[in-house]
Design a protein around this ligand. Structure first.
Ligand SMILES: Cc1cc2nc3c(=O)[nH]c(=O)nc-3n(C[C@H](O)[C@H](O)[C@H](O)COP(=O)(O)OP(=O)(O)OC[C@H]3O[C@@H](n4cnc5c(N)ncnc54)[C@H](O)[C@@H]3O)c2cc1C
Length: 503
């Protein structure tokens, strides 16, 4: 009897796509079910989990279901059957155990800033991690947080105590679990490495429904498979993130170049010195469809007295440099009030005062992100910027380009090129919501991916690149075998994170 009822629930869950009115079939009563029938059957079924939080799965919940069928890319839409706002870590455990038992796919969603449906899940369950947003503790060396905490909230809390995560993403309204699932890079990365190399311990709900604590010394296989593991083996519900002293202020330098290789050479030189604490770079529209390149560098607690020393020998356009001091983090930050501008929220100025008000935030974002070894990066990027002009990328697009040191990147599944240094570059495209324009941008991304692979580079897997199984196999080399065996061990029923399209 119980078995039959379990079967009936599985049937309606899996049949949920049938049509707007008929959403499933109850094997127990042998009747087609509409949403009301589903609800009644759910309520009547034994062992259906109850949650501390809220499970959304009826037509009145369309706001939650629609939100989970969208992301920052706005190009892919997979509607889940249910969205869980967990009220506790135990809710995540119970949901994954139920999903495993009934062969239902599960995805965690942090802030939904993926661009290609990575956190989406057709007819499965999306766990909205933003409700697990508690910061448990902050010491001088470590913050203990839940996986749904944003880096913005964490940076706010830690800087109030005088500390900061060593590496922050450019935009900080991303979740801790979401960036640890992909890597988490930023301009401090040359000195500190990515976020996945700045976490001491993780608590994970595996695809088996087990709650496991892991670190470099405890369950290290899980630790290695979950960091930058694209959500394939489990859900990060808690993290112990490293902290370092936070500066009170930063001195912010923008240095212009007409030649991309000249900027890259200066960036590469700078990351071999301790002149700056943060090094990034951008390509901007200089007007007339030409590029200008801006090296962005930051010295923590720097002052005007440092200028001559930190800029000595650099080859930027003389007289084009700008310098200013800002607080590191200003709790009163307001994107419309320049007097409140700080360092951590620098990207939010653009997002809140331009991209959102002008509607560009809601446009499709067919992004391309990659890593290139220094051996090939100079010629690849010089050719790239000779072959595309700013208007090719769409209004409000951003191009990012900066280097790292290879020995700071140690998490095995964050795939980066060999060698002691490499560059990241990102074409953060924004295109109007016109299907042929989106298709053209995605086709361009596929070409770029092939070029990057031919140049011994790797894609940074947060973007929008059509990937088949063979592409993933190549992407994860030489770690593919380890990922496959970790998948078999921790998610043998292959229920975790189908939106990545890896398994
Ligand atoms: C404006 C903007 C700026 C960005 N800047 C940077 C940057 O500077 N550096 C950088 O590295 N990246 C950057 N990114 C990319 C970003 O790091 C990734 O898209 C990241 O995954 C987004 O985090 P999220 O919380 O929105 O995750 P989501 O998009 O919700 O999820 C991403 C993936 O991780 C999985 N996932 C989410 N939460 C968890 C969890 N708790 N446990 C396990 N898996 C989980 C999801 O299932 C999905 O597969 C940027 C993105 C945007 C839109």
């Amino acid at each position: 009897m119980i078995q039959e009822k379990k079967l009936s629930r599985r049937s309606f869950l899996k049949g949920a796509l049938a049509s707007a009115a008929i959403v499933g079939f109850d094997m127990h009563t042998r009747r087609w079910l509409d949403w009301t029938g589903v609800q009644t059957a759910v309520a009547a079924a034994p062992n259906f989990p109850t949650f501390d939080g809220t499970l959304y799965m009826d037509p009145a919940d369309s706001a939650q279901l629609d939100a989970a069928a969208d992301d920052f890319g706005h190009m892919v839409s997979h509607r889940p059957l249910a969205v869980l706002d967990p009220g506790s870590i135990n809710d995540v455990v119970v949901m994954v155990q139920f999903a495993k038992q009934h062969d239902i796919k599960v995805s965690a969603r942090g802030q939904g800033h993926s661009t290609q449906g990575q956190a989406q899940n057709e007819a499965g369950v999306v766990i909205n991690m933003s409700t697990l947003n508690t910061i448990h503790s902050i010491t001088a060396t470590e913050a203990h947080v839940q996986g749904g905490v944003t880096w913005f909230d964490l940076a706010g809390a830690t800087t109030a105590a005088g500390f900061t995560p060593p590496t922050l993403t450019d935009y900080v309204h991303l979740s801790v679990g979401g960036t640890l699932a992909v890597g988490g890079i930023g301009g401090q990365g040359f000195a500190h490495g990515p976020q996945v190399d700045n976490v001491n311990e993780l608590t994970v709900v595996t695809g088996n429904g087990n709650l496991v604590t892991c670190s470099a010394t405890q369950n290290d296989r899980l630790f290695d498979a979950v960091r930058a593991g694209l959500g394939q083996v489990g859900i990060i519900v808690e993290a112990k993130v490293k902290l370092v002293p936070a500066p009170a202020t930063v001195r912010f330098y923008n240095l212009p170049y007409l030649d991309v290789n000249a900027m890259m050479a200066d960036q590469e030189f700078l990351i071999g010195t301790s002149r700056f604490d943060y090094v990034e770079g951008f390509a901007l529209d200089a007007g007339g469809d030409s590029w200008i390149f801006i090296l962005e560098a930051v010295k923590y607690n720097g002052t005007a007295a440092d200028d001559a020393t930190v800029l000595a020998g650099l080859n930027f356009l003389p007289g084009g440099q700008t310098m200013e001091e800002r607080p590191f983090f200003n709790p009163a930050f307001d994107a419309f009030n320049p007097a409140t501008f700080d360092f951590v929220n620098r990207v939010s100025i653009l997002v809140d005062s331009i991209l959102k008000p002008f509607g560009l935030w809601a446009f499709p974002h067919p992004w391309f992100n990659a890593f290139l070894p220094t051996d090939t990066a100079y010629s690849y990027l010089s050719n790239l910027f000779s072959s595309i002009v700013p208007s090719d990328l769409g209004p409000g697009s951003v191009v990012i380009l900066y280097p790292f040191k290879g020995n700071k990147f140690n998490a095995p599944l964050l795939m980066t090129p060999d060698g002691d240094k490499f560059f990241t570059f990102a074409l953060l495209k924004t295109v109007p919501p016109v299907p042929p324009l989106i298709d053209a941008a995605l086709a361009h991304n596929a070409q770029l991916r092939d070029g990057v692979v031919a140049a011994d580079g790797k894609r940074y897997a947060v973007d929008s690149v059509p990937m088949d199984k063979q592409d993933w196999h190549k992407h994860f080399q030489p770690q593919w075998g380890e990922l496959v065996s970790a998948k078999q061990l921790f998610d043998p029923n292959t229920i975790m994170t189908p939106g990545q399209g890896i398994f």
